[in-house]
Every structure is written in C-alpha cells, then in structure tokens.
Design a protein around this ligand. Structure first.
Ligand code: ADP
Length: 426
C-alpha cells in the first residue's frame, strides 16, 4: 500500500467511526444529542492531536531518541519514522566520527607530511610529520601564510613559479625534503613533504662505494695493462725482467681477486635474499683454525697465541670464521715483526667474548669510529703493502650485526690494539 493510502484509510475509518457514534446518539437521543456527541468527539480528537503535536514539539526541542513519545493512529507512524530517522542519523554520525578518528590517526602515523592550505597559502591544518619537516606548530601557525613560515628561497621560487607538476627537493633543517603542492577543491592546496635524508645518504654511500671500488680495481689493472704493453712492444725482453713482470702481474691479479671476493661477501651479507641460517658453531675448533691461519700469515715473525675457554654459540660458522680471521689477520698485518698477537675466547657477564689483541702500530682515536666504513684505511700504503682490501672490518661489522654481537675497539697509537666481539648473553 502506498504511504498516502496508509495514512488516509485509517484516518477516514476513524472519522467514520466518530460519525457513526454521533449518528447512534442522534438516533437514540435526537438531533441535539447527536450534534453534541459529534462536537464533543471532534473536540476530543482535536485535543488529542494537539497534545501529540505538543509532545513532538517538546521532543524536537530536546533531541533524545530514547524519550520519543508513543503515538496513536497516524501519530504512531509519524513517531516511528522519526525514531528511525533519528537512529539512522545517530548511526551515520557515529560512523562519521569513527572515520574521522581513523583518518586523524592515519595522518598522525603517516611518515610523510601533509598540510592543507587555502588558495592564498594560509595554513588550515597539518599533520605532525609536516610540523617536524617544516618546523611548524599547528596551534601557533594556523591561519598564517606558509611562505612566511617556510622562509627558504627555493620554496618561495617554487610557489612564485607555480610549476607544481614537479616536486621540489629542499635542504631544510639539516634534512633533505621532497616537497610538492597539489591543488584540490579549486580553492585549496595540499602540501606534501617527504623526508629523503636517509635515501639520499644511501645513494651517496652507493656512489662512494662504486667510485672507491672502481679506483681500487683500476690501480692493479693499470699495472697489469702496463706490463702487457711492455711485453707486446718488447718481444726480446730478457728472461729475468719478464719473470719479474709476470710476478708483479700475478700479485696484482690476486689483489683484484681478493677485492672482488670481499665485495661479493659484503653484498651477500647485506642482501635480504641471503638470510643467515643459524646452526651450532663449534667455536673452539673454529678459533684453532683461525690461529693456524694467523701463524701461517705471520710466518714465524710474531708470537701468535690463543686461550680458548668460552661456550659454543649459535650462528653461521662460515661467517664467524670470516669475521674472526679478518680480525686475526689485521692483528698480524699491523704488528711489526717481533710483536705479539693473542686470540681469546671466554664467557663474561656481558656474554661470550672473542678478543684479538696485538702489540702493533695501534690506531689514533680519531680514526676508530670510521674503521668499519668500506675502504677506510688509516694508512693506505701500509694496507696495500700488507695485501689489505680495505673491506675487512666492514665485513666484520656486517657479520656481527647479523649475530647481534658488538665490536669494541681499544687502541693506543704506537702501542697496540684490542678488537673485542661480545655476543648476546644466552
Ligand atoms: P684493510 O684491508 O686495509 O686492513 P680493514 O677494513 O681490515 O682493511 O681495516 C681498516 C683499517 O683499520 C686498516 O687499513 C688499518 O688502518 C686499521 N686497522 C685494522 N686493524 C688494525 C690493527 N690490528 N692495528 C692497527 N690498525 C688496524
């Protein structure tokens, strides 16, 4: 049934019923009784309708869906529809507030900055990341012009030129920011900021690494190419010179090989596709091997000793062997003949510790923090002389990172050094 019919049919039926009662009174008591009954019944109806109207008006003054009055006749439908409308509105209000709260939370957690400005760049709202990136405080700066808040010439030029299709890279407050303005709603603009400091640093490290690696590889290659040119332009070169050249070329070839091997090891250690497969590591046997290698490298020129008394650990035996061997080989290579090198493995209150101490050339304090950087050397010529690639300690650092172990370096220039690896407590 249509809503009109639903309203009119019961209303007309009720009217007919009143008329029937009035007709009955007429029939039983005459015209006066009939008319009086009709007037009284209609008056009763009017008072009833007015009382419902009053209840509705009182309810509208004081919205509360739980206190919506009950009705009679058509009022039942009106009240129940009002009740439904009110309930739906409350529900959508609740949903809206929930969405708003979620949106606010998302904006709060967003690592990128978002600021909303009007068409003349007055700040209306911004999230905490935008506050951090641009040095704003929403409460204080709301309603101020963004160009007065971010006083960077490049930013002002960007706004003046209005070429918003391209983002702008900005160095602001010691951070590298990528900033872009996006017009929306034809009278508003969004300013989006992205902190690219970390990616710029990684990019710089990558560039430095490629430059350093190319430089490291170019030197031996230049030597090899030089001797090859001599060999091809001087066919009657005497045997002794030829032998000497071949020896040097082989040495340089080995140097390139070591460099490439170390670079591959580093890239493997850094790769997410090469996760560590932890296994029980028999540390005693491993250190005994490292000790033998160190003795072989020393060739009897140093006193190389070890005291092994610690527990086994869980990790990658191959990686730990490479890290420990790098530390031991450094100790031998940077200790003049006649000096001492001592390896030790023991349990301590901080956790199991591997230490390599030597009585070698030592390291000045100012270099210590940078020693684990790739290709960082205190003395380049000495490192090359002793067949160093400059990547040994970078490899050690990565291996230890994968084992959650810590490297500490104590050294006194001219006296000796001690490199200590502390594993987490079991
Ligand atoms: P390298 O292949 O040049 O030895 P590393 O990364 O192993 O590269 O070491 C970086 C630098 O740290 C070395 O060039 C050297 O200057 C210094 N170094 C490392 N170990 C020692 C040590 N035991 N004694 C003195 N200097 C050291």
């Amino acid at each position: 049934m249509s809503p009109q019919l639903l309203f009119w049919v019961p209303a007309l039926l009720r009217l007919l019923m009143l008329l029937a009662i009035a007709g009955l009174a007429w029939w039983m008591g005459g015209a006066v009784a009939g008319l009086s009954a009709a007037v009284l019944l209609l008056l009763g109806q009017l008072v009833l309708q007015l009382s419902y109207l009053q209840q509705l008006s009182a309810w509208l003054d004081d919205f509360d869906s739980t206190r919506l009055p009950d009705g009679w006749g058509a009022w039942t439908g009106v009240f129940s529809r009002l009740y439904r409308l009110r309930r739906d509105e409350e529900r959508s209000q609740a949903e809206l507030s929930e969405w708003l709260a979620r949106f606010r939370q998302a904006m709060h957690l967003l690592p990128d900055g978002v600021a909303i400005m009007d068409d003349v760049l007055f700040l209306e709202w911004c999230n905490p990341a935008a506050e951090r990136h641009l040095g704003l405080t929403l409460e204080r700066d709301k309603g101020m012009r963004v160009t007065n808040l971010v006083r960077h010439p490049d930013f002002i030029d960007y706004i003046v030129l209005g070429r918003y299709e391209q983002p702008l890279t900005l160095s602001l407050r010691e951070r590298k920011l990528i900033v872009q303005i996006i017009p929306f709603e034809n009278r508003r603009q969004i300013l989006v900021t992205h902190d690219a400091t970390e990616s710029a640093r990684i990019e710089e490290m990558r560039r430095d690494f490629i430059a350093n690696a190319s430089h490291e590889l170019r030197t031996p290659l230049t030597v090899i190419v030089g001797f090859l040119e001599i060999a091809s332009t001087t066919p009657d070169l005497d045997v002794a010179s030829r032998q000497a050249h071949l020896k040097l070329m082989t040495e340089q070839g080995h140097r390139m090989q070591r460099l490439i091997e170390d670079m591959l090891t580093l890239s493997r250690l850094e790769s997410v596709d090469y996760p560590m497969r932890p296994e029980p590591v028999p540390v005693k046997a491993l250190i005994e091997d490292v000790l033998e290698e160190a003795k072989a490298l020393s060739g009897g020129r140093h006193s190389v000793t070890a005291s092994i008394d610690g527990p086994d650990v869980v990790g990658s035996a191959e990686e730990l062997r490479s890290a420990f061997a790098n530390l031991a080989s450094n100790a031998v290579r940077y200790t003049p003949p006649g000096g001492t090198v001592h390896l030790s493995w023991k349990d301590t209150p901080q956790g199991p510790q591997f230490a390599v101490s030597d009585s070698g050339i030592g390291i000045d304090q100012l270099h210590i923090a940078r020693l684990t950087e790739r290709f960082y050397r205190v003395d380049k010529s000495r490192s090359r002389e002793t067949q160093g690639t400059g990547l040994g300690l970078a490899i050690v650092k990565h291996v230890l990172l994968r084992h959650r172990a810590q490297l500490t370096i104590d050294s006194v220039a001219g006296k000796g050094s001690c490199f200590t690896v502390t594993f987490p407590k079991r």
